[in-house]
Design a protein around this ligand. Structure first.
Ligand code: TXA
Ligand code: MG
Length: 342
């Protein structure tokens, strides 16, 4: 299959929508990361997404809509819980995915066999245009090969998916750079299953019963069922071994400058540049968590673009604001391997 790179012109969006109407898969820009979009209500189309990604079939997809009323228009859920209405009102359109009880209209393949469906209304105008032009809700996981860092540019999508999908729409760099916050809303409690662009602090500002699922920052225990199936898989990983390094500046510099320059790289802050004597990828300023989030996946992809790199030591971010989402991705990229220098 020849994969087209499309612009965001009216003509190109309509062409992308025509691929989707025929049951094809299209790379879609959103404000978080690029998605691999297909008609969420068409079993065969959704199967093509799983094939293109090489994704385990028990890992459910997020269903994207262009306006709140699409939930009813397409009959996606059996009920919209009151708390979900409140969250949608505050954070949609935007990087928040809400898990709700599913209706029979949503095929099992879309929800990985679960009786719930994850719904998101992206703020990206080109994503909204594609959903509207397609005339259906779009199932879309991140547009990377399963296990690799998520794509934040059309080029990332093309390099993972060329030959496997009909087209990718080039909408430029994704604003947030990390996937949406995924929450469940059971028994009046909002539980964060995956942190993202809408932070825990943002949720707490509008609702008083917010919990963070243990598995967000910790390894699942032996035999424990993942509330969000995506949590149990190794994720976001470059080919090089990634290790997180916890500790103050001096301890980090002492440690990192002892490493072999030939096959080791570090991901650190802009402020570290003058003190680190091995090759470094700068994640942004220490205090600029948004920049770190925005750059993270491109930085992880850059590790593999550097020749001979076997190990990447990454400075460990804090958990405040979007830092929790950055740490959640990094700790998985590292397969939970952390060196604590404190
Ligand atoms: O920002 C995003 O969310 C991007 C863009 C494209 O919208 N999409 C994305 O999809 O990150 P994906 O498939 O890479 O991640 C979806 C996560 C997975 O961890 C999956 O297990 C979880 O959401 N999920 C989906 N449906 C679920 C459900 N019904 N119950 C629990 N977890 C669910
Ligand atoms: Mg993903």
């Amino acid at each position: 299959m020849n994969t087209l790179i499309l612009s965001t012109s009216e003509e190109d969006i309509n062409l992308a929508a025509s691929f989707i109407k025929e049951g094809g898969v299209v790379g879609m820009p959103t404000e978080t990361v690029y998605g691999l979009a297909a008609n969420a209500l068409d079993e065969n189309a959704v199967r093509r997404i799983f094939e293109a990604k090489g994704r385990p079939s028990d890992n459910p997809l997020i269903v994207h809509i262009a306006e709140f009323d699409d939930i009813e228009r397409y009959g996606l859920v059996s009920e919209v819980p009151e708390v979900a209405k409140l969250l949608a009102d505050k954070f949609w359109p935007g990087p928040l995915t809400i898990i709700m009880p599913k209706s029979d209209k949503v095929p099992e393949i879309t929800t990985g066999g679960l009786d719930t469906v994850a719904v998101r209304l992206p703020s990206d105008k080109n994503a909204q245009r594609l959903i509207r032009a397609s005339g259906c809700p779009l199932a879309a996981p991140s547009a990377n090969i399963s296990g690799s860092p998520s794509p934040t540019t059309a080029n990332h999508v093309y390099s993972d998916m060329s030959g496997k999908i009909s087209a990718v729409i080039d909408g430029g760099e994704c604003r947030v750079g990390l996937e949406s916050t995924v929450v469940s809303v059971k028994d009046d409690v909002v539980t964060v299953l995956r942190p993202g662009g809408v932070t825990v602090e943002d949720l707490e500002a509008v609702y008083d019963k917010v919990e963070v699922c243990d598995a967000v920052l910790n390894k699942l225990k032996e035999g424990e069922t993942a509330l969000s199936p995506g949590m149990k898989y190794k994720h976001y990983s470059p080919n090089a071994r990634v290790i997180l390094v916890k500790g103050g500046d001096k301890a980090y510099y002492d440690f990192i400058n002892k490493q072999n320059k030939e096959d080791t790289i570090t991901l650190c802050y802009k402020e570290d540049e003058d003190f680190v004597r091995i090759p470094a990828i700068l994640m942004g300023s220490k205090a600029d968590l948004e920049a770190q989030a925005h750059n993270l996946f491109a930085d992880l992809r850059l590790i593999d673009a550097c020749e001979n790199v076997k190990t990447a030591y990454v400075r460990c971010p804090g958990t405040e604001g979007i830092g929790m989402a950055v740490l959640n991705r990094l700790i998985r990229a590292a397969g939970f391997e952390v060196i604590d220098l404190d």
